[in-house]
Design a protein around this ligand. Structure first.
Ligand code: HEM
Length: 117
């Protein structure tokens, strides 16, 4: 069980890497847009994060307040990705607020994960 949990944490971090990596590629190329890879990374982080929210494979109580905050932040990222990709499809452009919001909130969630114990 402990090994399985570690594997799920590993996949969770890969989801984060895919989401943030895809965002960083666009930011560094000065392209204000969302991509399918960002949504894929977010979906991986969301599914594995929900699996990790339950207390299995560990001998301590999870920090449910921290998990709840991460879930809310993830829902906002999901909303920004959803709104962003539909606006991008319709108008061909994306608001920088939505684009930067996705990157900053993703880093915020990773920061909450490692700094808040
Ligand atoms: C974009 C969204 C997210 C990002 C960037 C993210 C990032 C991370 C990172 C980097 C870790 C590893 C921290 C460590 O092991 O010290 C982690 C762990 C964790 N995440 Fe997330 N996360 C996200 C969403 C979520 C969601 C939505 C949930 C639950 C609803 C969640 C629940 C957890 C839990 C429970 C752990 C601890 C695993 C353990 O030590 O057993 N995460 N997250």
């Amino acid at each position: 069980m402990e090994i399985l949990r570690s594997v799920v944490v590993y996949l969770h971090i890969i989801g984060f890497a895919v989401l943030f990596g895809a965002w960083l590629v666009e930011a560094s190329a000065r392209r204000v847009r969302v991509t399918r890879l960002m949504s894929l990374g977010m979906t991986i982080a969301a599914l594995t994060g929900l699996a990790l929210a339950a207390p299995w494979g560990i001998s301590y109580e999870p920090n449910y307040l921290k998990i709840g905050v991460k879930l809310v932040v993830l829902l906002v990222i999901g909303a920004l990705l959803g709104i962003g990709s539909s606006r991008q499809r319709k108008t061909g452009t994306l608001s920088p607020v939505i684009f930067w919001g996705i990157g900053i909130l993703t880093l915020l969630n990773a920061g909450i994960a490692v700094i808040w114990r």
